[in-house]
Design a protein. Structure first.
Length: 150
């Protein structure tokens, strides 16, 4: 439970994915059905599950940072900078806001995590866990911005 609570806190109760979300939420409910951890999990369920016209839907969490990076690379490669300038500016701002600002709290190495300050995530800033290929992709995007500006 100590590891579950740590993962929950560093991901702001989004967890790593839809399967882990279900398991962590269930573990918190078993621990205390009226507890804060379970309630915080419930508040983030909408990240994964919702009711549509044709029934309940579920998905893994989004890939906003990943998608933004690829979209910016495509726009920069299109030679339509004048037409896409405002979109590129918004994408650049999102990339800056999505960068992980701090390492995980506490003894993160003991909790099986690495230094993450300065990296990028797959989802959004709330998730907070770095993904190495997202970080590499964002460096490519920023390098493309830099090269285009010079």
């Amino acid at each position: 439970m100590k590891l579950i609570h740590y993962e929950d806190e560093i991901t702001r109760y989004i967890t790593i994915g839809v399967v882990e979300k279900s398991m962590c939420m269930l573990a918190c409910w078993v621990e205390d059905p009226d507890g804060d951890a379970y309630k915080k999990h419930l508040a983030r369920v909408k990240e994964y599950i919702w009711v549509a016209e044709d029934g309940i839907k579920a998905h893994s969490f989004g890939s906003q940072s990943w998608d933004t990076g690829f979209s910016i690379q495509a726009l920069l490669a299109s030679d339509l900078i004048d037409e896409t300038g405002p979109v590129l500016a918004k994408g650049h701002e999102f990339i800056k806001r999505s960068q992980v600002r701090d390492n995980p709290f506490g003894d993160f190495r003991k909790m099986h995590h690495h230094i993450s300050k300065g990296s990028w995530i797959f989802y959004d800033q709330d998730h907070g866990l770095q993904v190495s290929d997202c970080t590499a992709g964002m460096f490519e995007v920023l390098l493309a911005f830099f090269n285009d500006a010079t």
